[in-house]
Ligand binder design. Structure first.
Ligand code: HEC
Length: 181
C-alpha cells in the first residue's frame, strides 16, 4: 500500500514536469507567432504606404520596439530575437547554442527538415525555443536574388556588411528564438 502511494506521488511529479515542459512550448510558440505577425503587419503597412526603400531604415530602428510592444509583459519571462547563417544586422549574430541548428537548416528548403520547432536545453537548465523561418514571396524584395537597384543601395547604406541576400523562395532564412530568462 505504502509503495503504491509512493508510485502515485512519483507519477504526479513526472506529470507536473511534463506539464511545465509543454507550457514552455505552448507559450514560446504563441510568442513567436505574435512577434512574427506584429513585425509583418508593421512592415507590410510601411511598404504599402511608403515603399520598400523607406521600409529598410524603418526596420532598422523599429524592429526592437515593435517586438517589445508585441511581447508586452512576457518581456519579464522571456528573451527573444532572430538569427541566421547569413545575417544583415550584426546584433543578430548566432549565439553558441544556435550554431549547430543553423548548420542543419542552412541551404534547406521548406519541408526538407522535418522539424517545425526545436527545444534546446542550455547548460543552466533554461530552455530555448527555435522556429525556422522560410522565405515567402514578400521577403524576396529585401532578401532575394534580384534586388531592385534602389533597395540594394539603401541596404548598402544602412547595412554595409549585409549578407542576407540571394535567398530563393521557400529557402531557410533563419530562426526566431525565444529563451527562458
Ligand atoms: C522591406 C525590406 C524587408 C522585407 C520585405 C523583409 N525583411 Fe527581413 N530584414 C530586413 C532588414 C532591414 C533586417 C535587419 C533588421 C535589423 O536591423 O535588426 C532584416 C532582418 C531579418 C532577419 C534577422 C537576421 C538578420 O539577417 O539580421 C530575419 C530572420 C529576416 N529578416 C527574415 C525575413 C523574412 C522571413 C521575411 C519575409 C516574411 C523578411 N525578412 C522580409 C528587411 C526586410
Amino acid at each position: 500500500m505504502k509503495s503504491l502511494f509512493m508510485i502515485m506521488i512519483m507519477i504526479c511529479f513526472v506529470m507536473m514536469f511534463d506539464a511545465k515542459a509543454q507550457n514552455f512550448e505552448v507559450e514560446a510558440k504563441k510568442l513567436a507567432t505574435d512577434l512574427k505577425s506584429s513585425l509583418m503587419k508593421n512592415l507590410s503597412q510601411k511598404i504599402a504606404s511608403e515603399g520598400a526603400v523607406k521600409a529598410i531604415p524603418f526596420c532598422h530602428t523599429n524592429v526592437g520596439p515593435i517586438a517589445k510592444a508585441a511581447a508586452n509583459e512576457r518581456m519579464n519571462k522571456f528573451e527573444f530575437g532572430r538569427t541566421s547563417h547569413k545575417i544583415r544586422n550584426e546584433k543578430n549574430l548566432a549565439m553558441h547554442w544556435a550554431k549547430s541548428y543553423l548548420k542543419e537548416f542552412q541551404g534547406k528548403f521548406k519541408g526538407d527538415v522535418k522539424k517545425d520547432f526545436i527545444i534546446h536545453k542550455l547548460e543552466n537548465g533554461n530552455r530555448v525555443y527555435l522556429e525556422p523561418l522560410y522565405i515567402q514571396a514578400q521577403c524576396l524584395t529585401c532578401h532575394g536574388e534580384n534586388l531592385n537597384k534602389s533597395v540594394k543601395m539603401e541596404l548598402n547604406k544602412v547595412y554595409p556588411n549585409d549578407r542576407a541576400t540571394g535567398f530563393k523562395l521557400d529557402e531557410f532564412r533563419g530562426f526566431i528564438w525565444i529563451k527562458e530568462k
